[in-house]
Design a binder for this molecule. Structure first.
Ligand code: NAD
Length: 257
């Protein structure tokens, strides 16, 4: 599968799943645009490294996905967007009556509304190019719930709903929109939850991973960022041209329970 000549914009891609997806898209031949809200030398160095390793064109563009105008500016600055991967996301864990309002607002903005803004900006480019793929990185929490993750679960369910709408609005065009629903993937976002969970349950790291995090993941293994990237590449392939408006779970069986 060659994605040569296509440009993929991946939001929130200087770390974790987004970076893994950018690497797999580049390996498949797509030019890539990396993004986050920082503007450090190491952010730009990641793009340079991907370009060196794969020979594609890779750029890093700073844009804060909590701000609608910056989401749209990211796509405009990219100049071309055949493949849009909405991946930027944050987490906060608190009971709903103690959930900080600013965390709720940030999670809804970054995890859900950003995909509205980037999609709105990217669709005209896809239509002009006569081909397009929107891949939203939702979550098993876009299909099921866990306590203490009200904003995250609401945002991810919202993303799954919006994915279906985009698919229907583009159904007669050579454009598809789908959501990937990962289970637990060991990234900085998940690492950050381990210390609090160890404290909360008075458990060591290994026990937290096995008995708390992977308790609902029947495979008892983390999914990997490479698997997320590979699933994105598949969704960009001709074999996936009639797959639209749906979710693909990469969750070790979590949502089969
Ligand atoms: P991560 O913390 O490693 O990466 C998140 C990325 O989003 C980073 O690049 C970060 O810089 C970026 N980001 C955060 N706030 C931003 C903002 N305001 N503007 C632009 N970029 C911003 O986390 P991850 O685990 O790789 O998560 C990536 C996506 O996958 C998220 O949407 C997350 O909800 C989803 N997801 C992760 C898991 C998992 O187990 N790791 C499971 C299901 C879904």
């Amino acid at each position: 599968m060659s994605l040569k000549g296509k440009t993929a914009v991946i939001t929130g891609s200087n770390s974790g799943i987004g970076l893994g997806i950018a690497r797999e898209m580049a390996k498949a031949g797509a030019d890539v645009v990396l993004n986050s809200f920082t503007d450090r030398d190491e952010d730009h160095a990641l793009a340079a490294e991907i370009a060196d390793e794969t020979g594609v064109s890779a750029r890093y563009i700073k844009a804060d996905m909590s701000k609608g105008d910056e989401c749209r500016a990211l796509i405009e600055q990219a100049g071309r967007c055949d493949i849009l991967i909405n991946n930027a996301g944050i987490q906060n864990v608190d009971p709903i009556d103690k959930f900080p309002v600013e965390k709720w607002d940030a999670i809804i903005a970054i995890n859900m509304s950003s995909a509205f803004h980037t999609t709105a900006a990217a669709l005209p480019m896809m239509r002009a190019a006569g081909w397009g793929r929107v891949v939203n990185i939702a979550s098993a929490h876009g299909l099921t719930a866990s306590p203490y993750k009200s904003a995250y679960v609401a945002a991810k369910h919202g993303v799954v709903g919006m994915t279906k709408v985009v698919a229907l609005e583009t159904a007669e065009e050579p454009i598809t929109a789908n959501a990937i629903c990962p289970g637990y993937v060991l990234t900085p976002l998940v690492e950050a939850q381990i210390p609090d969970t160890m404290k909360e349950y008075d458990m060591d790291r290994e026990t937290v991973i096995r008995d708390v995090m992977l308790a609902r993941q029947p495979s008892k293994e983390f999914a990997t960022v490479e698997q997320m990237g590979g699933t994105c590449v598949f969704l960009c392939s001709d074999a996936a041209a009639q797959i639209t408006g749906t979710t693909i779970s990469v969750d070790g069986g979590w949502t089969a329970l």
